[in-house]
Design a protein around this ligand. Structure first.
Ligand code: GUN
Ligand code: FE
Length: 446
């Protein structure tokens, strides 16, 4: 019997095997079914290789990669502030709270203008896809009409979005021109968005997921945190926030709640096994244990952390505590929409953590031993780490996984001998222009 697949890609691939290993296949047929999954991976040594390939050629469903092209899983960005895209690269020299008040809140307030929202969100979604990012966990703004435009842009351009209406009702920490009028409003609008997205999803195969989104502890009142925790339980939905992202932010929880901010979020039912907490540079071993127990994931945003984090997230330590962890760009706390750039920064920051940075100290006192991560670990974070954090069957080129993939060209192909050489070059040198094809749930979107 000859099965016919909706698409077949023939070529070489890299896929994460574990937190430290990557698998390489020089040639395979990656066979997609019509629901957007990888139904079969056929090796040249398999008896049906030639016949399946021939059938695909006859049906015009075969894409053959060039010798310098490689298939990789699509990337999962666990932390993007969609409305901040126009500010990418701006004011990164300011402290977090001043950056929020002076640059971020005034921009986010503009999204009551739907034309503005549409133009920014269409541009951002296409930019992220063009960079190989197939799934994104987004913060929107307080405005549901604009948040729906973000969801529509994801559907139109073919990206899997997880989208949160931002809740921020604490009048002491939010400007009066940009805040939820009360805890009740923050919670009601969140519930309204869940329903609106449910209706929109009936029009599309590529589902967009609503996310419970308290901005962070300082922006919310105890009543909104409690109400949002209740919604997370009622609808069994993902939760996202910022947690222990800087000295100022973690200090705020200690001062106002006499608890660590992770404990505040847990107290209100917001640390679930569908929760993704951005940054975490100031998390303690005690917090990691709480995250592990509750199944909470960390969105590591290494570029943003250089500016706002006050410390380097010890990725190896987080992994050793068996806490789920993926990567985020944190647009616009991070300037780059590329997870490639963030993988590189994750590796570089981890090496600086290991070696230390104060040249006046002796080498053995300068850093934190055994902190450096490899680029293979960074690749794991951008793929399987993100997928596990969002409970998605993706981030891997393998049977039964969603066909979320990117095809990348290796340009600087002179001294490459081993598959490890090729992999390292792809990780360190790929730019947007080298990403030739992107697939989400089997649909070609670039
Ligand atoms: N903490 C609260 N809001 C934000 C934000 O928009 N960006 C970052 N990086 N941190 C935050
Ligand atoms: Fe953020």
């Amino acid at each position: 019997m000859i099965i016919s697949y909706s698409k077949i890609i023939e070529g070489a691939s890299f896929s994460p095997l574990s937190q430290t290993e990557v698998s390489y296949q020089a040639q395979q047929l990656i066979c997609l079914d019509d629901s957007g999954y990888i139904a079969h991976v056929i090796e040249p040594s398999d008896s049906d290789y030639a016949s399946v390939k021939q059938t695909a050629q006859a049906n015009d469903t075969l894409t053959t990669l060039r010798p310098n092209q490689y298939l990789l899983p699509g990337f999962i960005d666990l932390h993007v502030h969609a409305p901040q895209w126009p500010n990418a690269g701006l004011a990164l020299d300011r402290p977090l709270n001043e950056w929020l008040d002076t640059y971020t809140f005034p921009l986010e307030a503009k999204y009551q203008d739907l034309d503005f929202a549409k133009s920014v969100y269409n541009n951002l979604v296409q930019e992220l896809l063009a960079n190989g990012t197939t799934t994104v966990l987004y913060f929107g703004t307080i405005h549901n009409a604009a948040n729906l435009e973000l969801a529509k842009a994801c559907i139109q351009h073919g990206q899997r979005g997880f989208i949160g209406k931002v809740a921020m009702d604490n009048p002491d920490q939010t400007p009066d021109y940009y805040q939820d009028a009360s805890a009740q409003v923050a919670v009601d609008q969140t519930e309204q968005f869940i329903q609106q997205l449910g209706e929109l999803n009936q029009t599309t195969n590529l589902k967009q997921t609503p996310v419970i989104t308290p901005r962070f502890v300082p922006s919310c009142t105890p009543d909104s945190l409690r109400g949002l925790g209740d919604l997370a339980r009622k609808y069994d939905l993902p939760v996202q926030s910022h947690c222990s992202e800087s000295d100022w932010e973690s200090g705020y929880a200690l001062e106002h709640y006499h608890m660590r901010d992770a404990e505040v979020l847990d107290h209100y039912g917001l640390l679930t096994d569908k929760a993704v907490m951005a940054h975490g540079t100031k998390l303690t071993d005690h917090d990691y244990q709480l995250f592990k127990k509750q199944g909470v994931a960390v969105a590591h945003c290494p570029i943003s952390n250089v500016y706002f984090g006050n410390a380097v997230l010890p990725v190896k330590r987080v992994l050793a505590h068996q806490v789920k962890i993926g990567l985020g760009t944190d647009i616009s706390g991070g300037y780059s929409p590329s997870l490639y750039q963030n993988m590189r920064q994750a590796v570089m920051s981890s090496r600086m953590l290991q070696d230390g940075v104060d040249n006046q100290l002796p080498a053995d006192k300068r850093g934190v031993a055994d902190s450096a991560i490899s680029v293979k670990t960074a690749f794991y974070l951008a793929t399987r780490g993100g997928a596990e954090s969002l409970h998605l069957q993706t981030g891997k080129i393998a049977e039964g996984y969603l066909a979320d993939m990117q095809v990348v060209s290796l340009q600087n192909d002179f001294q490459t001998k081993t598959s490890d050489n090729i992999f390292e070059k792809l990780m360190y040198q790929t730019s947007k222009a080298d990403i030739d094809q992107v697939y989400v749930q089997g649909e070609r979107v670039k």
